[in-house]
Design a protein around this ligand. Structure first.
Ligand code: WTA
Length: 660
């Protein structure tokens, strides 16, 4: 990574290619501005028009936005539709029946082509199977699956019968899974025997069994198991069923359950600033509208495109840009089971070349790790592969540093493909601030401008607008269709977290800081302003990790902060006080390992601290408050130059310099 990083005063501007501008859905800045103006002029008319043009409604809506219960906003509330009908049946009617919906590539390289008709039949059979178990509209179903056609079909089957799914990422531990099953009150879990990633088999069913054995999962009646690897698993008679047996004799049609536009399509748990993950609840109508529309606007999706989003269905990116958005617009997409570095770090480039992918959407962490790999081994450099099919690149999940942006632009996009740096969140349902590939001049490291209809702004601590050039708090001033509806089981927390009274109760608080460029008005996200870390694009609450650490019998106290990391963006650094004397040498290493493994068991391997530091105490003020800003400086390995006069125990700082 040779190039100098000039995040601070990035001034390079890259125009979208003229050929793309010409044929793009939103063609040129005037077209973008016209849409923004339409939204300003007649907000409800704008969204109403788009909802009618983009989705098929079983019963048309008469009211676009209902603000009477704000901040519990309701969209298209007297309309009825079915999400799975819009993603599947509509494509059969539109002449897409034999079109590939999914090009599935397994870890080992085998490719399965699944047409829209195939997918429709699979979803219908599974939906009928779920119904045969008594699962019905409004029930919650937890999905703990590998990247697979079956995983996508499971989500679509729930949508078809009006059951609300809650997908739990396959890397979460039994304890995390148990908490989510319990909070959602799920009636069934759909899982696989094992997942196959990077040439290895990793357990899933065994973790489901363990989760249920932890207690609190009494609502679960069935566990449905997709046989992926054929590995040995336990089977509980009467509760567990094989997915292939459940669907074997089911009809290949299943009448969709028509639901209200506000019917909860899914709950997806994400980290917040307190210990307990939040069950972000999304709607059916508004959510599907925005995922479909952003496929057209941000990705400029066309019938002949081969779209590839590398996310996992366990995260919101996989929900919006694998399971729902691409199918709602009748696209062909690649779905990949494996990891970018197996059998080698050229896997992504090789797959783009073989499948002739035209739109590629991935995370900065993946790009940064592939830059490193290509620096180390020229054979896995993108220049060794035919990437000429690509026309648009995307980035998601964390800030992309200008250096990684330039590498992606030059080496993957060959200076021909615009990069859409999409800022959004689990709570927003879809893209919020992003360049448009056929309109927006791009600046590396900036997510540029809000999409039409998204009223993003930057305010100070009292909720007042800040001028361009001044950093502040990112907010959205008006509700939008795909916004979070509530936190499952906790409407009060929803209000407090996202529409706090300090800001008048009407501004959506994203939890990120941002700044707008003085001249262009472009947004740059400056990072979270709450206690949430972003490690490899995964959201982790510092309190969640702290609670996991203090649950260990050896630990008296723990504080977790983020530290900048070249590859993962941020890394987890934990400061720990033990109930016994501060360890050193091999013993410290040994305890650090034990604590890492413990966190992996409590939350999941993604939450393992990269660094652990032991002290006799944590730096505290006289009133006993932990001085986190000092911990952040220590984590970075920098000298403390700030005022430490309020610090009660300055001697502690030296102890905390040493990392395990
Ligand atoms: C961060 C992922 C900078 C941000 C879709 C946000 C980004 C959090 C970007 C949401 C981006 C996401 N530039 N930061 N393009 N995209 N973020 O809920 O801090 O997993 O609040 O949703 O990721 O993470 P989440």
């Amino acid at each position: 990574m040779a190039e100098a990083d000039n995040t601070k005063q990035e001034s390079r501007i890259f125009e979208p290619p003229a050929s793309l501008v010409q044929q793009a859905t939103i063609s040129g800045m005037p077209a973008y501005q016209a849409l923004c103006q339409e939204a300003e002029r007649d907000y409800e008319g704008f969204w109403g028009r788009l909802a009618n043009e983009t989705l098929e409604w079983h019963k048309p809506f008469t009211k676009v936005l209902d603000e009477s219960k704000a901040p519990f906003y309701q969209w298209f509330n007297d309309g009825e539709l079915n999400v799975s009908y819009n993603c599947l049946d509509r494509n059969l009617k539109n002449g897409n029946a034999d079109k590939a919906a999914i090009l599935f590539e397994a870890d080992g390289g085998e490719v399965t082509r699944v047409t829209y008709r195939d997918l429709y039949e699979r979803v219908c059979r599974l939906a009928n199977g779920l119904k045969s178990l008594g699962i019905k509209k409004g029930d919650r179903v937890v999905i703990y699956m590998p990247m697979s056609v079956e995983g996508i079909a499971a989500m679509q089957a729930c949508a078809r019968i009006g059951a609300t799914h809650s997908v739990v990422f396959g890397g979460f531990s039994a304890k995390s899974l148990q908490e989510r099953i319990n909070d959602a009150g799920a009636v069934a879990v759909i899982t696989a025997d094992e997942q196959q990633r990077g040439g290895k088999q990793l357990p899933l069913k065994a973790i489901v069994d363990e989760a249920i054995s932890l207690g609190g999962c009494e609502s679960i009646r069935n566990v449905i198991v997709y046989r992926r690897t054929g590995g040995n698993i336990g089977f509980t008679e009467g509760r567990d069923l094989w997915l292939h047996e459940l669907v074997a004799n089911q009809p290949t049609d299943c009448e969709p359950e028509w639901v209200n536009a506000e019917h909860p399509l899914f709950i997806l748990y994400t980290s917040g600033s307190t210990g307990k993950p939040k069950g972000v609840q999304h709607s059916s109508g508004g959510y599907l509208l925005w995922t479909a529309l952003t496929m057209k606007w941000t990705f400029d999706i066309k019938p002949q495109d081969i779209f590839w989003c590398t996310a996992d269905i366990g995260w919101v990116t996989g929900h919006s840009y694998i399971t729902y958005g691409p199918l709602a617009v009748g696209a062909t997409q690649i779905v990949f089971e494996g990891i970018p570095t197996y059998p080698n770090a050229g896997r992504f480039w090789d797959m783009i070349a073989r499948h002739k992918a035209t739109i590629f959407y991935t995370a900065p962490t993946a790009i940064r790790s592939l830059i490193k790999a290509a620096d180390a081994d020229a054979n896995v450099h993108p220049s060794k592969y035919d990437l000429s099919s690509l026309r648009i690149l995307g980035s998601v999940g964390e800030p992309i540093n200008p250096e990684a942006w330039m590498w992606y632009y030059r080496n993957v996009g060959q200076e021909r493909c615009p990069i859409v740096d999409t800022f959004w969140q689990t709570e927003t349902g879809g893209h919020m601030i992003t360049p448009l590939p056929g309109a927006t001049p791009m600046v590396p490291g900036s997510c540029t401008l809000p999409l039409p209809g998204i009223m993003a702004a930057i305010v100070d601590e009292t909720g007042h607008d800040l001028p361009n050039g001044q950093g502040g708090i990112l907010v959205v001033k008006r509700p939008w269709p795909s916004m979070i509806r509530t936190i499952w089981n906790d409407p009060e927390r929803f209000k407090k977290s996202y529409f706090p009274e300090e800001f008048g109760g009407k501004l959506y608080l994203a939890g990120d800081g941002a700044i707008r460029n003085k001249d262009t008005g472009y947004f740059t996200i400056t990072g979270r302003i709450d206690d949430v870390l972003n490690v490899s694009g995964h959201r982790m609450g510092t309190m969640e990790i702290e609670s996991a650490l203090v649950a260990h019998p050896l630990v008296a106290e723990a504080a977790v902060v983020g530290k900048p990391d070249e590859t993962t963006g941020e890394a987890i650094c934990a400061f720990v006080v033990l109930k016994r004397a501060r360890p050193s040498g091999d013993e410290a290493k040994q305890i650090a390992k034990e604590l890492r493994d413990w966190v992996a068991k409590e939350i999941g391997p993604i939450a393992k601290p990269k660094e652990l530091r032991f002290g006799d105490n944590l730096p505290k003020t006289r009133s006993g408050k932990i001085m986190r800003r000092l911990l952040r400086v220590l984590a970075k390995g920098e000298e403390i130059t700030q005022d430490i006069s309020t610090l009660e125990n300055p001697a502690i700082l030296d102890q905390l310099k040493q990392a395990q």
